[in-house]
Design a protein around this ligand. Structure first.
Ligand code: MRU
Length: 350
């Protein structure tokens, strides 16, 4: 599969949510059709679909699936809406950090409550809105790409961490969208991709995406970034985000904070690329962002094999928070937000 194709990472088709199974990449390319709320909860939790914007769309589809399920048995609109809200909370509980999930699910529940028509009318509106959010995601990413491409110096080597690409969104990507747009203007740019332990989204997904687009990509392990920065081999860092607080503090895949510190030390610009739906203006700082603790086997095992002592202690946070003072700018669909982030974020929402 190539990202020039019309295939979306997640798409509503025939009353189900079709998504690329990202747990199988890059070995195997396969899509799965999710048809139930329970199925969607598992798909998000088990990371068949992953990446904040893609999880958001999965959440929106999940509420539409909940509507379809409930419409089969519920005749009373109030009961329907109460049960829909319960299922929505269940979907939201699948993963805690990426705020796009809460954003999209809450949007769907609000819409359901506003519709004046029948239960069928509500269900149809939820489906239509899920498809609308899907299409908007790609448009937003392209806008971010256009803004972001402006800050990429000619011939730059860009470091990215984890996967904030087409696979983390419906298509095109956030951080990788910036890289795609920059590459379209200047084919001499290059990418360094961090492997991103423990789930290796950088190795498995980012290199898979970028090399198919013909973008020269070098894979490095997570501990190598400061070495290459010290050698003058990295000009710019662009990463995605899972939740940004009102002051610009940014939660992203574990290891991002380390990259940001190394970039600051070497005077390398460090940018976040994320849609406004990733900004949680209800929280003042990154201290309030819930960090997901993930399965310890992600650390103790590689490809099903133990790689450490059996009785060693394990701790496995999925994300870290980069403080706003390490961030040069936040690339959004409304332009590039600069420090003071409290002000620039507030203005972006006006
Ligand atoms: O655990 P994941 O793979 O869902 O986490 C995704 C990330 O943290 C990515 O780094 C990304 O920047 C956020 S989604 C565009």
């Amino acid at each position: 599969m190539s990202f020039n194709s019309k295939i979306k990472t997640i798409e509503w088709i025939d009353n189900s949510s079709r998504m690329i199974d990202q747990t199988l990449l890059p070995k195997e390319f396969k899509t799965v059709d999710i048809k139930t709320t329970e199925g969607m909860y598992k798909a998000i939790k088990d990371m068949i679909v992953r990446g904040a914007p893609a999880i958001g769309i999965a959440g929106a589809h999940g509420v539409a699936l909940a509507g379809i399920e409930l419409a089969k048995t519920e005749n009373d609109k109030e009961n329907f809406l109460n049960k829909l809200s319960q299922k929505a909370e269940y979907i939201k509980s699948s993963r805690p950090t990426a705020v796009n999930l809460m954003w999209a699910v809450d949007k769907q529940v609000k819409l359901a409550k506003e519709i004046q028509g029948s239960i069928d009318d509500i269900t149809n509106a939820l489906i239509e809105n899920g498809i609308k959010l899907e299409n908007e995601d790609i448009e937003i990413n392209k806008k971010m790409g256009d803004y972001g491409a402006q800050i990429v110096p000619k011939g730059a080597t860009i470091l990215t961490h984890c996967n904030a690409g087409a696979l983390a969104t419906v298509g095109y990507g956030t951080a990788l969208g910036v890289i795609r747009s920059a590459f379209a203007k200047d084919p001499s740019i290059k990418v360094f991709a961090d492997e991103t332990r423990p789930r290796q989204q950088g190795a498995r997904l980012t290199t898979w995406e970028l090399t198919q687009d013909g973008i020269p990509t070098t894979l490095i392990t997570d501990g190598m970034c400061s070495y290459f920065m010290s050698k003058g081999m990295i000009d710019l860092v662009v990463v995605g985000a899972d939740r940004i607080a009102a002051n610009g503090d940014t939660a992203n895949k574990i290891g991002t904070y380390t990259v940001a510190i190394a970039a600051k030390y070497h005077n390398i610009p460090f940018y976040i690329a994320a849609p406004l739906s990733t900004i949680d203006i209800s929280i003042k700082s990154g201290k309030e962002i819930p960090i997901e603790e993930r399965n310890h086997e992600e650390v103790t095992h590689i490809n099903g094999d133990w790689i450490c002592a059996k009785d060693v202690n394990i701790i496995n946070p999925g994300f870290d928070v980069t403080p706003n003072e390490l961030i040069t700018g936040i690339i959004t669909e409304k332009g590039i937000l600069k420090p003071n982030f409290v002000e620039s974020i507030k203005n972006a929402f006006m």
